[in-house]
Design a protein around this ligand. Structure first.
Ligand code: SF4
Length: 327
């Protein structure tokens, strides 16, 4: 996929906002863009009415100044800010790294904790900001597979697997609390025991836990993903597996996730249950705990996936081990 065209727009509403996801109810959130240059095929934001299309990313201009102004007017500063519910803070866009660096710096200098989830390449200039105050940072690195051919198909402009693995190591080494987000797991494609072993083995020296969720699809995303895959050149050895993945979603279950007005098409509960059980088993071999997102799997778990780190409601020292509840 080619890099999308960039448009600059002015944000009219507050920079610090709230997310509709239950997982993020405790924190303020910031989006730096509308749309995302990583172009992940499964990205749920493609279904938003504000989504600018796959060939465009809208970058908010003047955000650092707006954030400063907003924080200066606040009587009480937020405890933690999460980047970004509908985009990624490290996108391959010219000049964007500097905006991200400034935004992180403004928050961290005020002792505001920063949590982020990224599938991108952390720019050189940002590392020094993170390494200066690692105790205030919570990082999640999204990693759906150790197979870079699959990564290239589903996350065409995101960072390669080896870059993400080295970022996980570097973050952990510099004292940033770091976890891995295996989301989405693609049934039939990235959910074999061997793949779970490879991924857990690769990350276990640096992290203690993995957050995971099986792919869910809204009908519109299902259609987008199918049509984008039809336009991609897929290695022949992966074609059958991708068909297998889609066949899983020919019998979906409609469930209401824990987010405002969000109905999703989910893989059948028994399939998700068995994937989570196998992942939990494999991960435990490497000393890793697994958190299943209860927002996206309300029929299986009441856990929180700690997307923005441990919040007020949970203690950092007592991570919740995934256990599948009776439903
Ligand atoms: S990195 Fe996240 S926000 Fe960006 S396209 Fe991928 S899933 Fe969507």
């Amino acid at each position: 996929m080619n890099s999308p065209q960039v448009e600059y727009i002015t944000r009219k509403s507050a920079v610090l906002s709230t997310s509709s996801m239950d997982c993020l109810s405790d924190v303020s959130t910031i989006n730096l863009t509308v749309g995302c240059a990583h172009g992940c095929l499964y990205c749920y934001t493609q279904g938003y009415s504000s989504y600018p299309g796959n060939s465009v990313v809208q970058v908010y201009d003047s955000l650092p100044q707006q954030l400063e102004n907003e924080l200066n007017k606040k009587r009480r500063l937020p405890r933690r800010v999460y980047f970004s519910p509908s985009s990624d803070l490290f996108q391959p866009i010219d000049g964007f790294a500097d905006v991200t660096r400034q935004m992180l710096n403004i928050l961290l200098e005020r002792q505001i904790e920063v949590a982020f989830l990224t599938k991108g390449r952390i720019p050189d200039t940002v590392w020094s900001v993170l390494e200066k105050r690692p105790h205030l940072v919570f990082a999640q690195i999204g990693l759906i597979t150790t197979n870079d051919a699959i990564r290239q198909i589903f996350e065409p402009n995101a960072a390669p697997v080896d870059v993400r693995l080295s970022q996980i190591r570097r973050l952990a080494d510099c004292g940033v609390k770091t976890t891995v987000r295996l989301d989405p797991i693609l049934p039939g494609l990235t959910d074999s025991d061997e793949e779970f072993d490879r991924l857990c083995q690769a990350v276990s020296p640096s992290v203690r836990s993995i957050a995971a969720s099986v792919l869910f699809l809204r009908p519109v995303i299902y259609r987008f993903m199918k049509s984008r895959l039809e336009q991609s050149s897929i290695p022949s050895e992966l074609q059958g597996k991708i068909e297998e993945m889609f066949s899983t979603y020919s019998h979906t279950e409609r469930i209401q996730i824990r987010a405002r007005n969000s109905i999703i098409e989910s893989a059948p509960i028994e399939l998700r249950r068995s994937i989570y059980e196998r992942l939990t088993q494999r991960a435990s071999k490497y000393g890793l705990s697994v958190h299943i997102c209860g927002c996206k799997n309300p029929d299986l778990s009441s856990q929180r996936c700690l997307i923005a780190g441990t919040c007020n409601k949970e203690s950092a020292s007592t991570p919740t081990l995934f256990s599948i509840e009776d439903n």
